[in-house]
Design a protein around this ligand. Structure first.
Ligand SMILES: NC(=O)c1ccc[n+]([C@@H]2O[C@H](COP(=O)([O-])OP(=O)(O)OC[C@H]3O[C@@H](n4cnc5c(N)ncnc54)[C@H](OP(=O)(O)O)[C@@H]3O)[C@@H](O)[C@H]2O)c1
Length: 217
């Protein structure tokens, strides 16, 4: 069976961690960053023959799932046209000390993934992997029949796209936890009870339900 292509826009720490697990499951991966495909040659070589690099637009065009793993200040420069109709896995967080204050995000009390969706009109944004430290991704991945798997929250408005990301999360080693639509994804933003903690799916769901105030620290 042909494996779907996983593209990554923002092949830094989190992007490379997800790409590594995707390759391990036999997916072709296409990596991109802001400096150009040639600057990713060493990463491509390390990932092996399933990996390649391209521009962000090229990666977007090739991906069946396109992982967005850029710092939040880069959201407005993503290749919107090439992402139209695509399943976009949004792994980003907004963090003002790093990204600079973005007035639209600070002033408008909607989850950051909704801002990503507004920036990428026509794409199907699904939030996942924003609440795990990059180095835990290879360290904590376990096969689906293993005990003690870690839970990863999944939020999205388009149900087929959410299903696709849910299957990908499971395939690369985590228990997906459906937390609803993008509007609910504040429950897993920076500073929420389930953020950057190693919880099973059941524990994560409990923590997410516990989150009763806005989180975007
Ligand atoms: N680090 C974590 O543990 C972690 C965990 C969960 C979520 N996140 C979130 O994931 C995102 C990335 O974090 P990170 O730690 O992986 O950052 P990082 O290591 O600094 O990587 C960011 C990547 O984004 C690329 N990039 C920046 N602007 C771009 C643009 N306009 N087009 C294409 N690529 C662009 C950078 O490329 P260049 O190097 O060429 O500029 C770099 O490859 C952030 O939103 C972060 O909050 C991080």
């Amino acid at each position: 069976m042909t494996k779907s292509t996983i593209s990554v826009i923002g092949a830094g720490r989190i992007g490379q961690a997800i790409a590594g697990l995707a390759v391990r499951q036999g997916h072709p991966v296409v990596l991109s960053n802001s400096r150009g495909p040639e600057t990713l040659q060493a990463v491509v070589d390390e990932l092996g023959p399933l990996a390649s690099s391209d521009t962000a637009a090229g990666a977007a065009a090739q991906g069946d799932i396109v992982v967005i793993a850029v710092t939040f200040d880069a959201i407005e420069s993503l290749p919107v046209a090439d992402l139209t109709g695509k399943v976009v896995l949004d792994a980003t967080n907004y963090y003002a000390p790093r990204d600079g204050v973005i007035p639209a995000v600070e002033g408008d009390r909607v989850p950051t993934s909704v801002h990503v969706q507004r920036a990428l009109l026509g794409a199907h944004v699904v939030k996942a992997f924003n609440h795990i430290v990059w180095s835990d991704i290879p360290a904590d991945a376990r096969p689906s029949d293993a005990l003690g798997r870690r839970g990863i929250a999944v939020a999205g408005d388009d149900l087929p796209s959410k299903q696709r990301v849910t299957e990908f999360v499971d395939e690369i080693g985590f228990d997906p936890v459906d937390i609803g639509a993008l509007d609910e994804s504040w429950r897993i933003q920076r500073g929420s009870p389930g953020w950057i903690t190693n919880y099973s799916a059941e524990q994560l769901l409990e923590k997410i339900t516990e989150a009763n105030s806005w989180h975007n620290a």
